[in-house]
Design a protein around this ligand. Sequence first.
Ligand SMILES: C[S@@+](CC[C@H](N)C(=O)[O-])C[C@H]1O[C@@H](n2cnc3c(N)ncnc32)[C@H](O)[C@@H]1O
Length: 282
Amino acid sequence: MLSYKHIFHAGNHADVIKHLCWLSVITYLKNKDKPFTLFDTHAGAGQYALDSEHAQKNSEFKTGISTVIDSKFSSSLLQHYQDVCSGYWRQNLYPGSPLLAANALRSQDTLQVMELHPNEVVNLRQALKPYTHNRQAQVHHRDGLEGLQGLVPPASKRGAVLIDPPYEQKQEYNAVVSCVTTTLAKWRNAQIIIWFPLLTERARDKTGLSEQMVSDIVDLGFETLTVELLIGQKTSDVGMYGSGVCVVNPSWNLDQQLGQALDEFCQIAASSSSRVHWFNKQ
Ligand SMILES: C[S@@+](CC[C@H](N)C(=O)[O-])C[C@H]1O[C@@H](n2cnc3c(N)ncnc32)[C@H](O)[C@@H]1O
């Protein structure tokens, strides 16, 4: 199907929670000199022009990055996110997950990204060009959930995976659970971030599928953290009332880092709140 285009949503509140989580996980991995590999199964176009007609259509970035860009924060994670985004913001751009990861790599680290859409992968290759010439970052034009299985575990056995599907089709929720199960069977200490939407009854047959997916992942028995950012009221005229990240094998300080960053974000973003849950905590 592939009708989803991230440009319509770039920099919105869902990108804020997802990208804060991604940056926190990557920053933690950098505490040791040992190399790591990052995997991004649904990479998108890499970067997004916020002054484009598509981004301006609903101006979703006004619920996210534009709230963050001019403030000062005591959360080091939120401040780091703002610092990374501000150079792009000055050019009317927003950096997607693969660029955030590529910017953070040290010489010993590597990045594997997958994107299935034929136009988005062209834009992605262009955006990642400074990082692909020496193969430090590699772009794969393929299904991300299948592709991941062929790439794990990385030689260093250290790293993290971001799974960020468009969830256009109902089957994608179960496909994520299967992918996480297979990945953990091959790489037990993989740190896996799964973004999910929080949907009202208006989403009809997709209502409740995120909650079921998270529950299935928790049932795998690994230490798992969920963090959610709720925007506005959960009323029947709203389809998505927020979103969350489900993190398997989270780095030890992720709940504090992300919790503090979202607390501060919620002080400046209208009608928002956040919540954190632990499962199978050891
Ligand atoms: C939510 S967007 C990704 C945004 C990106 N992760 C970010 O945070 O900047 C989802 C992307 O997945 C792509 N996609 C859809 N199905 C896919 C699949 N089976 N494998 C890989 N990519 C897919 C879409 O074309 C779209 O670009």
